[in-house]
Design a protein around this ligand. Structure first.
Ligand code: SF4
Length: 384
């Protein structure tokens, strides 16, 4: 069995009471069955408190003022304090660590929804590398119907996509367009049963030779596409009540006053954030790190649902929307945006999108079925 993890994985430490937005508030914490059973047997004062603080039918901790019943005033966990780290349920013990399981590989990542992790991911200056380790002691599990050929292809293709994303000689919009283009070609080939005939190197070459000829869509069409994407975001399950308010504020501030207004704001924001070569490079590094994060976490999951293209769209869509939310934040704060604001916007986005299977599935359905998310349309938006 192999383990894979990003190079910064082991650097994570929870900052507990110093966390600006603790994970023990605002979300329902689902308790695994084994922990539920153990909690049901705890005696004494803590046992009584557990009885009262758990919704036993739903298997979740009760919340008071949207805070976990065990989160005390110092933002520390009373359960941890009373019964120790071993008493924590899987969700609390593992978060923000995440694992994707495949037949011979376990891929570990850290969730962007944690403020410390968002800061780690966005703060990486150099291209991120992934470390691999074999653990002979652990036996490989037998995954019935696991498509090893497809998985091997996905792993190799993802490595090629990583090279594209980390190629800092290309503009970030070219890098994003290229991964959409490659994923689109791969999806069509998979659907036609010809995936193994695709030469990614040739496709990349073809794209780079032809990309200069692409025509950007008009600015008006670009805004219309963004508005339609926003409508899709409104359709998702709401995890935190601030989220729809944030989207409404964005709509009002950026979109409600028409095309000219939007473009003026966008141009000024780009000038401020990317006005010189150094700032532009830094901004592109943020976007590169986000793209790598989303592709690393989700791309190989296509082995289970055959949806290659939607995984690439999720990465590009997420970068587009984190940037859009950052622009709104900049405007709202009197045209100021610090690194910490970007961190906050990124983890807020991730909290809504990544922590609901319903949301991830619905977005994939949109990406798969709507022309709005075709590679042609999205590539043109990236060019504006
Ligand atoms: S969000 Fe991250 S840093 Fe904050 S309390 Fe949770 S795990 Fe710790």
């Amino acid at each position: 069995m192999y383990y894979r993890k990003p190079q910064y994985y082991d650097d994570f430490t929870c900052i507990a009471d110093r966390c600006p937005d603790t994970c023990c508030a605002g979300w329902q914490i689902v308790i695994d069955e084994k922990s539920l059973e153990e909690y049901s047997r705890v005696e004494g004062e803590v046992g009584v408190r557990l009885q009262k603080s758990i919704d036993w039918e739903e298997g979740v901790f009760h919340q008071y003022n949207r805070r976990c019943a065990f989160l005390n005033e110092e933002n520390l966990c009373d359960l941890y304090r009373e019964l120790g780290a071993e008493s924590l349920c899987d969700t609390c013990r593992l978060y923000p660590r995440h694992v994707e399981e495949f037949e011979e590989v376990r891929e570990f990542s850290l969730s962007l929804s944690c403020p410390v992790v968002a800061e780690m991911i966005l703060g990486q200056k150099d291209p991120v590398r992934f470390l691999e380790e074999a653990d002979e002691a652990l036996e490989e599990e037998d995954y019935e119907d696991f498509d090893t050929i497809l998985f091997d292809w996905l792993e190799e293709a993802r490595a090629v996509l990583f090279d594209i994303i980390q190629n800092r000689k290309l503009s970030i919009s070219t890098r994003m367009s290229l991964i959409l283009n490659i994923a689109d070609i791969a999806q069509k080939a998979l659907d036609h049963g010809t995936l193994l005939e695709v030469s990614l190197e040739e496709e990349i070459q073809k794209f780079l030779e032809s990309s200069n000829k692409q025509k950007a869509i008009s600015e008006t069409e670009s805004l219309e596409i963004r508005k339609k994407m926003l409508k899709d975001l409104y359709k998702l399950e709401v995890l935190r009540e601030e989220w729809p308010q944030l989207l409404e504020r964005l709509e009002k501030q950026l979109y409600a006053q028409g095309e000219e207004h939007y473009q003026q704001i966008r141009q000024e924001f780009c000038r401020k954030m990317q006005g010189c070569a150094e700032k532009k490079q830094q901004w592109e590094i943020y976007e590169e790190q986000l793209l790598i994060f989303f592709l690393y976490t989700y791309f190989c999951g296509a082995v289970y649902d055959d949806m290659i293209y939607t995984k690439a769209v999720l990465a590009v869509f997420s970068v587009l929307w984190i940037e859009e939310l950052a622009m709104e934040r900049w405007l709202f704060q009197g045209k100021k945006l610090e690194f910490q604001d970007l961190v906050e916007v990124a983890y807020m986005y991730a909290r809504e999108i990544e922590h609901s299977d319903e949301n991830l599935n619905l977005l994939e359905e949109f990406f798969d079925t709507r022309t709005l998310y075709s590679s042609e349309k999205l590539m043109k938006v990236l060019e504006v």
